[in-house]
Write a protein that binds this ligand. Structure first.
Ligand code: AMP
Length: 217
């Protein structure tokens, strides 16, 4: 297990609704597997804090809980891949639209990599709102007011959730119960990735031909 975690390409997607705990789990799992965590939300917040042109363009979308346009996001991810050609990434909060999923497939193909697993953290709605409101108090994020939270959940359902079918069709989707304590959730994700490693050594590799993400990119 330790050897596998330090060599070879590995692209893990971490998906799930806002408040599912993606950020925390992404950091833990990335550290444990020697992956670079690529969080588009963190990158955008950094741009906003630094007042860059990209940050200025993104801020209104973020404050409203809407998605930042695909071209902005895809440009950021593409630049990060160029900087780290080892292609060992944990993607937190990307892709979120069919257009982003299509762009990711193209970028990975360019770099000779493919998706190892798309992990979805499942948490029920009431628990999500409770967690997000708690976080609003602790962190003071400007997009954690109740209205904005509801919009972000709606946006997730309409624009991102359909991608789960796409990854399911590629046989890379794995659902993980996102309730319980932090360690337990990390352990569930670890088990999923180890099971995929075992599976790929028995001929699952390449089992699913790349299709096109649903909808019009
Ligand atoms: P997050 O921290 O991942 O919840 O992201 C915070 C906000 O950043 C989101 O509500 C969006 O406005 C924006 N954002 C982050 N990642 C993406 C993405 N992949 N596509 C579009 N917008 C994004």
């Amino acid at each position: 297990m330790a050897a596998a975690a330090t060599q070879g390409r590995e692209i893990v997607l971490l998906m799930g609704p806002p408040g599912a705990g993606k950020g925390t789990q992404a950091s833990r799992l990335a550290a444990e597997r020697g992956l670079t965590k690529l969080s588009t939300g963190d990158m955008l917040r950094d741009h906003v804090a630094r007042g860059t042109e990209l940050g200025q363009r993104a801020q209104a979308f973020m404050d409203a809980g809407d998605l930042v346009p695909d071209d902005v996001i895809i440009g950021m991810v593409s630049a990060t891949f160029e900087e780290a050609p080892a292609m060992r990434f944990l993607l937190d909060g990307f892709p979120r639209t069919p257009g982003q999923a299509a762009a990711l497939d193209a970028l990975l193909a360019e770099h000779g990599a493919r998706i190892t697993a798309a992990i979805v953290l499942d948490v029920d709605d009431e628990e999500l709102v409770r967690r997000l409101l708690g976080r609003a108090e602790e962190e003071g994020r400007s997009d954690d007011s109740e209205d904005v939270i509801r919009n972000r959940m709606d946006v997730y359902r309409r624009q991102t959730q359909p991608l789960l079918d796409y990854y399911d069709g590629q046989r890379s989707l794995r659902r993980v119960d996102g309730s319980g304590d932090m360690e337990t959730i990390t352990a569930r994700m670890r088990d999923v990735l180890e099971a995929m490693e075992d599976g790929s050594s028995h001929g699952r590799d390449g089992a699913s031909p790349p299709g096109s993400p649903m909808g019009n990119p």
